[in-house]
Design a protein around this ligand. Sequence first.
Ligand code: BDR
Ligand code: CA
Length: 321
Amino acid sequence: MPETIPLVIDTDTAQDDCIALLAGLLDPRAELRAVTMVAGNVGFDHQVRNAFLTLNAAGRLGEVPVHLGCRRPLVRPWEGAEDVHGDGAGGLTMDLTGCDPDPEHAVDALVRLAAENPGELAVVAIGPLTNIASAAAKDPDFVHNVGTLYVMGGSNNGRGNITAAAEFNFYVDPEAAKAVFAAGFEIVVVPWAPLTLDQAVFDQPKLDEIAALGTPLSDFFTRVCAATLEFDRSVGIDGTTHPDSLTTALLLHPDLVTRSARYHVDVETAGELTRGYAAMSWGVHGLEPNATVIEEIDAPAFYAYIKNLLATKTEPARPMA
Ligand code: BDR
Ligand code: CA
């Protein structure tokens, strides 16, 4: 296994996307080449702001380029999750003077970075798959130039979150998700249910432990997760949910995976009740596998990983309030 992993995080930055970025920015195994932004959780410009806030929290403002990508899904109007995430960063603000996105479009950046070292770049896609599908359409070599594509999305024959059938990232841009699974990438999928709900929820005792760390990052975590925690509790989830940081952690530390299997994954675009539903076929329906789906992780080790990350003593260049 190489010592460091070159990666791009493609994100709709709000709540756990911020924690995923922290992993990309601070884990010594991660060589974060760029952050690419896609329409998803909250208003696009808010997401961009949240990404800069996170770079600042990590003490790495100005060190990693932020590229703006697709501002709406391929075919449908954008639908967000502001009811879940608020502004996605708990109302945190800072002076954003000079926090300018890179002028290169996110899709071009993805294509270029993958082509620079074919087969080496990992892409962690933790929002709707609009940028990834667009990059694959723009450059037919992109699919093979990307080493591995880690996707947070879908449920493995489990319940959705935005509808009974669909997980948010696939629901927002089902056409993009369908295209990505048909494209021929080496894909690893981190599903919402049952995996995230069973193994990547931090309950109150864990949240108290994190708050007690008393670092700038633990304060940041508590603040950006607060709105989502309130929403999660209102729908019967006993804590904060961490699908995006889990996806990043599993790329960087594959030993956290305790069970995975090959599946054929496809995404519903036409259903009346099932828009964005992920059909994950487990090998008995005569379909060629196109993805590895994570089924079980070492949950205590994942929590320890995030706690350890948040214990890092960073020096944010700008005050945040
Ligand atoms: C996914 O949707 C978003 O709300 C989260 O950031 C995560 O990527 C979970 O369904
Ligand atoms: Ca996300």
